[in-house]
Unconditional design. Structure first.
Ligand code: 5GP
Ligand code: ZN
Length: 135
């Protein structure tokens, strides 16, 4: 499989370079069906599945199929794909019945925000009151 230049993870220490290839990436493997997940939406470019450790009654992750490590790796040409992530998140919130009450979309970017999987993902959280500010 082709690994793009941006197919790297983020380093946990400055100067450390961590390479995460599409072959080794957990979310790439879920998107490819190699690791089981509770998939709620599967499209050509986007997949959505339930979080294994839900933080709210509704907790779905929306990801691009293509390995993009995080927001800093996005390019201008990815604009439509990012838009699609939001539209799929909107549809899931609607289908799961939380649109009227409200819900939260979260993207953790890098170590300080607690990003633990270096493959871009949009959290869809709902079904309970969500505190602000977040931790
Ligand atoms: P992050 O902390 O990077 O923003 O979010 C990663 C999320 O992926 C976490 O909420 C975590 O529970 C979820 N996660 C980690 N491993 C798996 C897995 O193997 N399957 C699923 N469905 N979710 C996972
Ligand atoms: Zn990946």
């Amino acid at each position: 499989m082709m690994v793009r230049d941006d197919a790297r993870g983020f380093a946990s220490h400055p100067g450390e370079e961590v390479h995460v290839t599409a072959e080794s990436c957990l979310f790439c493997r879920i998107a490819a069906g190699e690791i089981p997940a509770n998939v709620v939406r599967s499209e050509e470019d986007v997949v959505a599945f339930r979080d294994i450790n839900p933080q709210a009654p509704l907790h779905v992750l929306v990801i691009p199929r293509r390995h993009i490590p995080s927001v800093p790796a996005l390019e201008a040409a990815d604009g439509a794909l990012v838009g699609r992530l939001f539209l799929v998140a909107r549809d899931i919130a609607r289908e799961e019945g939380v649109e009227e009450a409200g819900y939260r979309l979260v993207v953790n970017v890098g170590p300080a925000a607690g990003q633990s999987v270096p493959h871009l993902h949009l959290h869809v959280l709902g079904g309970r009151e969500l505190d602000w500010p977040p931790g």
